[in-house]
Design a protein around this ligand. Structure first.
Ligand code: DC
Length: 232
């Protein structure tokens, strides 16, 4: 019965490390992964390729196209060497959808209730044996309200921006810390203020403030919670 499949939800704002923790937990448990943000990014990418106008009020024909795009995304996820490869109709788009331009489109489509509801069943279908680790904004609230372990990760925008800055510099990409802080604050605001499934912790979620924690320490705490609930 699908309601008995172990589900761990990891919600929280952009740049808090959900993706990294999700991969670690998946590796430790053997569970499947749902990177729900990638679904919104893929819809954003496809909407961008069709040059759809996403400014409110959204035209009915644009909404119809978005619904069609959302229902028909041909995506597959393959884990290789601790990385998640994302393939859209056979095209590797893992890097492409991390792009800032795609992130901006994703954030717009994520605020559209029709897109969110069209993704509901698709996200729930990821819950298969032996279990699922789902990362996003509304995993513990809207998508898997009965999940056995719900975690909400937070960290100050300054700390998240510092982490992203370090990653970008290490990759040899130019970065501006103040701009990153401003960008994250703007995204937080958009994620928390939208009316459709806003970013918030479920009442029964464990909130972990990771500002002063290493990734290893966060992963340890999460795994302790998982082990308390599931026989792993
Ligand atoms: O986690 P991410 O940065 O890949 O998410 C991309 C966008 O999708 C971001 O604007 C937040 C949104 N999102 C959402 O609204 N609900 C989710 N469950 C996951 C992501």
């Amino acid at each position: 019965m699908s309601s008995e499949i172990p589900i761990i939800t990891l919600d929280g704002p952009s740049g808090v490390g959900k993706g990294t923790i999700c991969l670690r937990v998946a590796r430790a448990t053997g569970f499947h992964i749902l990177d729900s943000g990638s679904l919104y990014r893929l819809v954003g990418l496809l909407a961008g390729r069709r040059k759809l106008t996403l400014e409110a009020p959204i035209a009915p024909e644009v909404l119809a196209q978005l619904s069609e795009i959302t229902k028909n995304i041909d995506v597959s996820y393959v884990e290789a060497n601790g990385q998640l490869s994302i393939q859209l109709a056979g095209e590797e788009v893992g890097e492409l959808i991390r792009d800032e331009a795609v992130a901006a489109l994703a954030s717009k489509v994520a605020a559209i209730p029709e897109v969110r509801s069209a993704l509901l069943a698709r996200q729930r279908a990821f819950a298969e044996a032996p279990g699922l680790v789902a990362d996003g904004r509304d995993m513990g609230t809207a998508i898997f309200p009965k999940a056995g372990v719900k975690i909400f990760l937070t960290a100050s925008a300054e700390e998240r921006a510092k982490r992203r800055y370090k990653q970008l510099i290490e990759k040899g990409t130019d970065a501006n810390l103040a701009a990153l802080v401003a960008d994250l604050k703007e995204r937080d605001e958009r994620d928390m203020k939208r009316s459709a499934s806003p970013l918030m912790a479920a009442d029964d979620a464990r909130i972990i403030d990771t500002s002063e924690m290493s990734i290893d320490a966060v992963a340890r705490e999460v795994m302790e919670l998982v082990a308390e609930r599931y026989d792993i």
